[in-house]
Design a protein around this ligand. Structure first.
Ligand code: KDG
Ligand code: MG
Length: 403
């Protein structure tokens, strides 16, 4: 089998997505998700100008060699743009191989390690009471694990909280980045009260998660982790800016609240120290930004040695193709922990018809060959790309801060 063509489909059915479609001389094609929120054009150009010309004529079954060719062969390694581009190609090649061999990708990765996958969704509100309502709604839908975010008194706009009546979407498709304001003291005072109330209201069986979105220092994170111990979190996510891997040592020394990090990582080197020193409990890298299924299998194997579980990033700014790729990986590995699952607007679901499904708190894969996701190109063409930016964040005195 030979790769004859590869092209990009850039569309915006509710939000922007970049998809690669790799075609072969046997009529089989594979799909990969190359979406990098707010930087879509950079990945598209990296693929179009630099990777796709080197793909044509290759045997799509040589997945490891093609991955190494684009990773080692480029000399310039790592980074979210490069790795998202390689990740999209890798996903599409696994899709092709599964379709050619008439089997789901999880069978190529070792087969099923479980029947279904626990997932968590988001509940958020502008006030504590709004947030409680949202948690009740999500439990009604069957979710057994819920990430809880809330507006903080005294802060106008905050990460993870939707406009009233809308689904949360941080990337705004209109104009330049908008600015949020941050005050760590206000946040640290409020969050323990929030989680105490949620735990008291909904009881001990619900898995609770919370995301600090990289805004604390190690000592602040240690304090928060300690204060949240009483509310038995499933995990506390992205406490500090994750470049500082050794910063997790300090957090770890002070708290037994489970820690998760990794949605902004893109290679094994970003989490090597965190895993081998057992500084985290969950690695949050996802298939698209982590360079594909091929390196994510290796990361999961490294994590398994140190009893670290996976919790793939699955926000709705990765397309259903990436979610499906995560599910095939999750199903096949022993150290799967949980999958993030926000769901998608109806229009996105129509553009990307898929075989996986959600039922009462768990995600399931069907036995469709490959990844089990397709793209409706005609519908996608009716929703062209719109420039979009993630917000930036400033302290109340105007200092630029982590978003
Ligand atoms: O594009 C950025 C989002 O994917 C990110 O902010 C979502 O933190 C996030 C999460 O945990 O889903
Ligand atoms: Mg996060």
């Amino acid at each position: 089998m030979k790769i004859t063509n590869a092209r990009l489909i850039v569309c915006s059915p509710g939000r922007n997505f970049v998809t690669i479609k790799i075609e072969t001389d046997e009529g089989i094609y594979g799909l990969g998700d190359a979406t990098l929120n707010g930087r879509e054009g950079a990945v598209a150009s990296y693929l179009q100008d630099h990777l796709i010309p080197c793909l044509i004529g290759r045997n799509p079954f040589d997945i490891e060699d093609i991955w190494q060719y684009f990773y080692k062969g480029a000399y310039w390694r790592r980074g979210p743009v490069t790795m998202s581009a390689i990740g999209a190609i890798d996903m599409a090649l696994w899709d092709i191989k599964g379709k050619a061999l008439q089997t789901p990708v999880y069978n190529l990765l070792g087969g099923k390690s479980r029947q279904r996958m626990l997932c968590y969704t988001h509940a958020n509100g502008r006030t504590l009471d709004d947030t409680l309502e949202k948690v009740a709604e999500k439990m009604e839908m069957g979710f057994e694990a819920i990430r809880v975010q809330s507006g903080v008194p005294g802060l106008e706009k905050i990460y993870g909280v939707a406009e009233k009546g809308k689904a949360y979407e941080p990337a705004i498709r209109d104009g330049l980045p908008y600015e949020e304001t941050w005050d760590t003291a206000k946040y640290l005072r409020f969050v323990p009260k929030l989680l105490e109330k949620v735990r008291d209201t909904f009881g001990e069986d619900l898995h609770l998660l919370h995301d600090s979105h990289h805004r604390l220092t190690p000592v602040e994170a240690a304090r928060l982790g300690k204060e949240l111990e009483a509310y038995d979190l499933f995990w506390l996510e992205d406490t500090i800016a994750a470049e500082l891997q050794q910063g997790f040592r300090l957090i770890r020394q002070h708290t037994t609240t489970p820690l998760a990090v990794g949605e902004v990582f893109n290679t094994i080197f970003d989490c090597q120290q965190l895993i081998t020193e057992q500084l985290i409990d969950y690695i949050r890298m996802t298939v698209s930004h982590g360079g594909g299924i091929t390196p994510m299998q290796k990361i999961a194997s490294l994590a398994e040695l140190y009893q670290v579980k996976t919790g793939c990033h699955g926000a709705s700014d990765m397309s259903p193709i990436c979610l499906a790729a995560c599910l095939h990986l999750n199903l096949s590995i022993n150290n799967f922990g949980i999958q993030e699952y926000m769901g998608y607007p109806d229009l996105t679901e129509e553009v990307f018809p898929h075989g996986y499904y959600f039922e009462r708190g768990f995600l399931y894969l069907t036995d469709q060959p490959g990844l089990g996701v397709d793209i409706d190109e005609d519908l996608a063409a009716k929703h062209p790309y719109q420039q979009a930016y993630l917000p930036v964040n400033r302290l109340t005195d105007g200092t630029l801060y982590n978003w």
